[in-house]
Design a protein around this ligand. Structure first.
Ligand SMILES: Nc1ncnc2c1ncn2[C@@H]1O[C@H](COP(=O)(O)OP(=O)(O)OP(=O)(O)O)[C@@H](O)[C@H]1O
Ligand SMILES: [Mg+2]
Length: 257
């Protein structure tokens, strides 16, 4: 089971959109996938069609009340894709865990749930909030790698060094092997010179880590969540979907390295 965080403390860069569509594209290819919504905004939950009243057991219950993660996971409308939803409750998790000595390891411990292995989950994606808070550190502690979406615009690379430093800190403090899975340029507009410059800078500075696949800016991608559907299903022949299918292929290809 590979556990991968989607993170960038910068807001609105495409973490959730990538989490939903990469997870759904892999599920479409027959891989069994679990998506954990670790953001109190609950965008991944909404985007996969799970309305707030339907979120019975959530990430909060898993982290704070030690509910088994396999009990909190629900099958989405997408075959093979399971979701642990979140609600705004999650925003108080850091305070509620303040006296818990193992608070950084709550998610890691929860993922030891033997049912996940028995049920043959292949990939677990964690959709992180836009911060480097206790929630994100929990995600990093539980993950083998971090996948970083970057929005192709002026401040894209700013803040990246802070993120990479946090990854290194987690590796050193927890003795983990956490690595960077890759960097993905999102909302890319080929005709935009600035976007081209950001791509060039990213490739020069980060080399191989930057995925070949670029996710184009596409209105359908932004509409999909309001229909509770992944963009790859909402507009399956669209440019956004093509981008995410290509991403899933490149992701799988890179797993073999
Ligand atoms: N390829 C795309 N084309 C057009 N719009 C997009 C694309 N990807 C994401 N968006 C839109 O951009 C906004 C931010 O995307 P998203 O919610 O995935 O970012 P995020 O990093 O998860 O945000 P947050 O930091 O708030 O969690 C959303 O409104 C989303 O619909
Ligand atoms: Mg998000």
């Amino acid at each position: 089971m590979r556990v991968i965080s989607l993170a960038n403390q910068k807001g609105g860069v495409g973490k959730t959109t990538t989490a939903i569509n990469l997870a759904a594209a892999l599920a479409d290819k027959g891989h069994k996938v679990l998506l954990i919504d670790l953001d109190p905004q609950g965008n991944a939950s909404t985007g996969l069609g799970l309305s707030a009243p339907d979120r019975k057991l959530t990430t909060y219950d898993v982290l704070v009340d030690d509910v088994e993660i396999s009990k909190a996971a629900v099958l989405t409308e997408v075959p093979n894709l399971w979701l642990v939803p979140s609600t705004t409750d999650l925003s108080s998790a850091d305070v509620d865990l303040i006296e818990d000595k193992s608070r950084v390891l709550k998610l890691k411990n929860a993922l030891q749930d033997p049912v996940l292995v028995k049920e043959n989950f292949e990939f677990v994606f964690i959709d992180c909030p836009p911060s480097l808070s206790l929630l994100t550190v929990n995600a990093f502690a539980a993950s083998q790698s971090v996948f970083i979406p970057l929005q192709a615009e002026f401040f894209a690379l700013e803040g990246l060094s802070q993120l990479l430093l946090t990854i290194r800190n987690v590796r050193e403090t927890l003795g983990s092997n956490l690595k960077v899975e890759g960097v993905l340029l999102t909302m890319f507009d080929r005709r935009n010179r600035l976007a081209q410059q950001v791509e060039k800078d990213a490739r020069e500075n980060l080399g191989e880590l930057v995925y070949e696949t670029l996710i184009p800016r596409n209105v359908r991608v932004s509409e999909a969540p309001s229909f509770g559907q992944a963009a790859i299903h909402y507009d399956k022949y669209g440019k956004g979907a093509a981008g995410y299918f290509a991403l899933a292929s490149e992701f799988l290809q890179r797993q073999k390295r």
